[in-house]
Design a protein around this ligand. Sequence first.
Ligand code: ADP
Length: 806
Amino acid sequence: MHKAPSLSNNQLLEILSFSKEAMAIYTTQDIVIEMANDAMLAFWGRDKSIIGLPLETALPELKGQPFIGMLQKVLQTGITDSGLAIPAELLIDGELQTSYFDYEYRAIKNELGETYCIFHTAADVTEKVLGMQAMELARKQETALYNEQALNEELAASNEELAAINEELNDLQEKLQSLNSELEERVNARTKELADSEARLRYMLADAPVAIAVFSGRDLVVESANKKVLEAWGKTDEIIGKPLHIGVPELVGQDFLTILDEVFTSSQPFYGNEVRALIEQNGVIEEVYSNFVYHPLKDDAGSTTSIMLVANVVTEQVKARKVIEESEQRFRFMLNAIPQQVWTATPDGALDYVNDVICADFGDSTAEIVGNGWQKYIHPEDLPKALIHWRNALETGTEYLVEFRLLFADGSYKWHLARALPFVEDGQIKSWIGTNTNIDVQKENEQKKDEFISIASHELKTPLTSVKAFNQLMSRTNDPEKLTKYISKSAEHITKLEKLITDLLDVTKINAGKMNYTMQAFDFTAMVKESIDNVQHGTNTHQIVLEQADAIEYHGDHFRLEQVMNNFLTNAIKYSPEGNQVLVNCKLENNNIIVSVKDFGVGIEEHSLDKLFDRYYRVDNTAMRFEGLGLGLFISSEILKRHQGSFWLESELGKGSTFYFRLPIEMQDDAKTIINTNDLYQDESIVISYDAANARVDVDWRGFQDLASVQNGGARIIAFLKRHQCTKACNDNTNVLGTWSEAVDWAGKEFFPMLEEAGLKHLAWIYPDSVFNKLSAKKTVDIAQGGIVTQFFTDLGLARNWLDSK
Ligand code: ADP
């Protein structure tokens, strides 16, 4: 087999054009003339300009003739059509002439069998036909000779008809002519228009406000680049004609060249949004941001030959936005870094932002808080005032400043100072920015201070008034005897005043946490004796008797503990005006110094006892109130607490009181376990046993207790309840010494819920006839919430009976 000579399409067409046989190629349903050789053009009486036009446009005279329809049919059906001596009316030299053709419309198909063009060949057989027609005519004339007479008439009529037709034809021809020239004009106008618009387009692109460039070939030669592109690149039009990586070398190493290469490969456009490019402008590398598209430009075969860049430089906008975003972020960060509550509200006062602190404080999400608004969180008593202030601020556009209590997640209210200012821009309020500062501690301190000042001034006033009165009396008398009496009376009050001032200073120190202690070893018994001697010195109405004094070495603040002793002793004398004795005991018990001061005076009524207990029962009682109370016990209790000690009292109205204080000799380690079995636990401060017969846990607390011993014993009780799945417990406090008030808060708030959780349902509580003990038990049960049924007893037997009946 010979290989076919490879000719290009153009060559083939050129060769065909030389053919004497008339040929034409049509495509599409419009029957566009793709090709027509000279012979065909001669048939048509047209020149090459008609190539590319639809046949109907090129040869308007074919309208009304069947050919175009036939060609369309061939294209549709794929069936080749041919015929012999077919007449066609063609406009030749301005005249419509009938010619005869042998023709073939050959359907040309691709591999898929689709007809994509028609190959039209034609041979002019007009002469042959006319010849045959002439022969026919002659033959007919011959016959006619026979009928000449008849025919003559007929002929005359026919001639007339013909003339009329001819006229009509001429008319038509004229019309066609004018149509033709009209068409020509239109084509010309259109071509000019196109050229104009192309020029306009070029001009527009050059000056376009968007950056446009075309890169051709894989080398990305800059074919064209408008002003905007050159400006963005910081280059001149010298780069045109150079590959991009040479014209704009700083692009090397950035992503763009790779992306362009990919566009070449994929022939898919690439869109970039706010992409950052580093471009050298005037010798400086600058950030340039742009939105752009790399659009592939394809040749007829569909492969990419060049890429068009259209870009919108948005550096300014992006940078401006970034600055805003950054400052916004910084702002948000700041708002959350502040330990205060920070919020913003709309100009009409609706809350629209709260910082994390607010969410944490309220235990709600931002959305919830913004939805709720402040109303839900401000204390109902403070709300009206806050609303009035807020409305006023909104109306006048002035600072909002108010104090209110806010409801925290734990259910407590905390005092806050709220402050908000309008944020004004262009003379208009854009938003409100507010802070709430927690001033709860300050508020409390303020309150305490106020109370303290009022009490202190009141207390100071009493002796001062007396001093003043005696001074007046002195000035009015000359009686030396009276004068001596007044002077000594006045001196007494001055001493009281002095003591009061010392006490007030001590309280101030305690409140400020500035009370200093000098801890050192000293002879405790000697200190007690010294103190008794001092107080005894100042009185001639009472006898202070030291009944028992164990020899004790103690480590602590000698001076402050002597102050406690003095306070107890002077109180004993003060509150037993009718009495004449004060009994003092100083014993060592279970590693504790126990000092008692007993008087036979007025005693304390129950109501005052409760008050006293309330003031002193907590270890960390910082919310101390002084109202109606002296300062002495407060100072004493603070001093004792600093020595891990405590105080309590027993009192009977009208019969006298005994004040006790306890100082542990050494810090107690964990209670030493003595017995520890399934049914019995014992250490120095507690005995726990399980009474299986009555399904009851029995607890016997012993000796002195403090927070540690109560917590340790508590944990053991829980273990017993769980181990025996027991619902009843008998809690015996008969053998407890002193007070355990420092454990009350823990017992109520934490231990009771633990007991309930362990399964306890019934609790019998036997307390001794000891005031502070009783009050501790009551207070615990008061604080505790939950479903444990608790009953107090003074008798163990009754307590057990009650439990066993449950
Ligand atoms: P004051 O300066 O009032 O004595 P204290 O703080 O020493 O202040 O005592 C507080 C209160 O305790 C007293 O006001 C008094 O009601 C009560 N009190 C203290 N000691 C005795 C006592 N020995 N007998 C009766 N009541 C006492």
